[in-house]
Design a binder for this molecule. Structure first.
Ligand code: ADP
Ligand code: MG
Length: 674
């Protein structure tokens, strides 16, 4: 006689009666190896069995899944040759109305009922040359449908299995082994987050007694993958090792660096600098993200960190997404750095080969301490003598891939990321769980207001006189056209045409007009932008190349044409080019009604964090797509909006409970092989 099997959560599925090697292999392909895997499957949803309705009411409910009660009037089986067949069972209500249940290729269904029997159908009400239900479940006699109010989980089964079969396997697993499930979370932790223990949770989800027990269990199961993700992120953080050089220097240097800046740091900036210096002083490589709204003064933080690193003997790579921004950072920092004896240079794609070669030589010899550049900085030929700090400005503009290749280059370097596009909290907690985050809240003092206005209809004609008036008052204006235009562009509506046209406008052109766009050679572009920066010209026509970083504090007007072509975050960034001085600024939007909602949001708020959240909300699940981009498996993950507290709980538990960390990290490292 066969010995009774002692089932445990880690018993292989092939121990279950009815599961041989073939079935077991199929289930293994779907990631189901042991009983525990079955029990932890999250259902895709839950149905609550309704009260039955009569046939006449069911006829009215096309498109709904209905539960209908009636008498069997007739039944019929049609065979089409091969294994194809159709069974039709007609139900009749007390008022004589009828509805048909239909089953394709299940010929045995015809033998299930008898004429005049009372039965119930549960299925989707469709139209098949008359009211019908497709493959409804049947309840009758001693095999009734579950009573009204009964809650039943629904499953998405792996290919080759039905949801119902998977459900029966799960219930079997629970009966045999649920009692053996040990929850890695302590009773205290569970109570703190209002969650049932695993054993209770799997029963609550798969054999629910009501919606409340189902929901409580669902949340506990939903927490599982989140804990695993967090454990991995923390592992990655810990796996950084201690390979970085600690950036340390004598105390007076702090002050020396601070004195190079033409302003005093705000309390917020001081706080972030303290965060950064604390990280830099350790051997564990810093991975810090600083998020702060446009114009909040992030550059100064990075320059401070750069100078500190050099004072401690290291080199710095300062990366920005556009050449324009790189140039601005470089020219803004060069003199300040020189005054401390720091040599800085610029490396972009447009540098001549020989210059580049020489520059790289100096970097390798350590004669150059700071290099500003685009992603060209991370080409193969570029090497350093002692790269201790990498700064990435506007990091959200770099793809995940670029970030990864960079991480390879500077594995043991400290990394400082700057962004003006705040990452929604949910995403930061999951995707960036291995980053420390500092947030710069307030803007530097002495900023004027920015008034944003969407000009339409007759008001459009008032835009130019308004701009002219501000120029007469000695202020400067940006005029942004999303498209370049010029020869070869059919639209003839771009920045080039607008530039020519504004040059012909006497009232405006007397203040000088310049043009910058991405197709101009780098040197010429820098030179033209500089004319605007120096105040030689009052009006700058530009494409969105000025979106990131361009910093001209005398500019007070931002006109954006065809603004409907740009997203909310982009418009906010562009607007951030003005309002940097003490004079009140204006942003004028010209654009189509289709983008009215965006324009109105901008009119109503200057808060980039708020706008970013609105943007996310509108575009839906930006969060999950971000995680997918990063290559994280999002299957079975819950909606972060709905379960935000679970995301936070996962992070919290992994950070504060070493035992929990160990359990979930270990689960990942020991793949179950047959
Ligand atoms: P962002 O955060 O958008 O990168 P920037 O670093 O370009 O902002 O700073 C915007 C402007 O504010 C710059 O002109 C910078 O010199 C100025 N700034 C930064 N910090 C201060 C401060 N503490 N006091 C006064 N001006 C500041
Ligand atoms: Mg910036």
């Amino acid at each position: 006689m066969a010995q009774a099997i002692q089932y445990r959560p880690d018993s292989p599925l092939t121990d279950l009666p009815g599961i041989g090697k073939a079935k077991g292999d199929k289930l293994a392909k779907a990631g189901l190896h042991v009983l525990r895997d079955l029990m932890l499957i999250p259902p895709v949803g839950v149905v609550r069995w309704p009260e039955p309705i009569d046939v006449a009411s069911a006829i009215e409910r096309e498109g709904d899944t209905v539960r209908v009660a009636g008498k069997v009037k007739s039944f019929q089986r049609t065979r089409f040759g091969g294994k194809r067949s159709l069974v039709r069972i007609t139900l009749e209500g007390p008022d004589g109305s009828t509805i048909v249940g239909m089953w394709f290729n299940q010929p045995w269904m015809v033998d299930v009922v008898t004429k005049d029997e009372d039965v119930e159908f549960y299925g989707l009400r469709v139209d098949a040359k008359g009211p019908a239900l497709t493959s409804p479940q049947i309840g009758h006699g001693d095999k009734p449908l579950p009573s009204a109010g009964t809650v039943e989980p629904q499953y998405a089964a792996p290919t080759g299995f039905s949801g119902a079969y998977l459900g029966s396997l799960i219930r079997q697993a629970i009966e045999l082994a649920a009692a053996g499930l040990v929850d890695p979370l302590s009773d205290v932790a569970l109570a703190q987050h209002g969650l049932p223990a695993l054993a209770q949770a799997v029963c609550g989800v798969h054999t629910p007694t009501g919606l409340a027990s189902y929901e409580a269990g669902r949340r506990r199961l939903a927490l599982e993958p989140l804990l695993t993700i967090q454990a991995n992120l923390q592992n990655r953080r810990a796996g950084r090792g201690g390979g970085a050089r600690a950036v340390r220097f004598p105390k007076p240097v702090y002050k020396q660096i601070a004195e190079r800046f033409p302003f005093e740091f705000t309390p917020g900036q001081k706080q972030v600098v303290a965060d950064i210096l604390r990280d830099l002083a350790r051997h564990i490589p810093m991975r810090r993200l600083v998020q702060g709204d446009v114009g909040s003064g992030k550059t100064a933080l990075a320059l401070y960190a750069a100078m500190a690193t050099v004072e401690a003997g290291g080199q710095v790579a300062f990366m920005a997404p556009t050449e324009l921004l790189v140039e601005q950072h470089f020219y803004g920092a060069r003199d300040m750095m020189r005054s401390m004896g720091i040599e800085a240079e610029i490396l972009t794609g447009s540098l001549a080969a020989s210059d580049r070669k020489y520059l790289v030589q100096r970097l390798k010899r350590g004669e150059l301490q700071v290099v500003f550049g685009t992603h060209a900085l991370f080409s193969k030929d570029v090497g350093f003598r002692r790269l201790d700090l990498i700064v990435i400005d506007e990091q959200h503009r770099f793809g995940v891939g670029q970030r990864a290749s960079l991480a390879g280059k500077g594995q043991d370097a400290h990394l400082l990321l700057l962004t003006a596009t705040p990452i929604p909290r949910t995403l930061a907690l999951t995707l960036y769980g291995d980053l420390e985050v500092s947030t710069l809240k307030e803007a530097p003092p002495g900023r004027g207001s920015i008034e944003t206005h969407w000009a339409r209809g007759p008001k459009i004609r008032r835009v130019r006189p308004f701009v002219a008036g501000r120029l007469e008052a000695g202020e400067q204006a940006f005029w942004v056209c999303p498209r370049i235009g010029g020869q070869g562009d059919d639209d003839r509506q771009g920045a080039v045409e607008r530039y020519e046209e504004l040059c012909a406008d006497k009232r405006l052109s007397s203040f000088g007009v310049e043009l910058v766009h991405g197709k101009l050679p780098a040197e010429e572009r820098a030179w033209r932008l500089d004319r605007f920066r120096q105040g030689d010209v009052g009006l700058l026509v530009a494409t969105t190349v000025v979106e990131v970083g361009v910093d001209v504090s005398a500019a007070t007007i931002m006109v954006i044409e065809e603004a409907q072509r740009l997203g909310l975050a982009q418009l906010h960034q562009l607007r951030g080019r003005v309002g940097r001085g003490s004079v009140d600024s204006y942003c004028v939007l010209l654009g189509e009604k289709s983008a009215a909602e965006r324009f109105e949001l901008l009119e109503g708020s200057r808060d980039g964090f708020y706008l970013a959240e609105e943007d996310m909300r509108k575009r839906g699940m930006g969060d999950l797509s971000g995680m997918r981009q990063a290559g994280l498996n999002t299957e079975g993950l819950t909606d972060p909006e709905q379960d935000l507290d679970l995301y936070m709980a996962a992070r919290d538990l992994i950070q504060t409970c070493p035992d929990v960390m160990r359990s979930y990290a270990r689960d990942q490292q020991t793949p179950l092989t047959p």
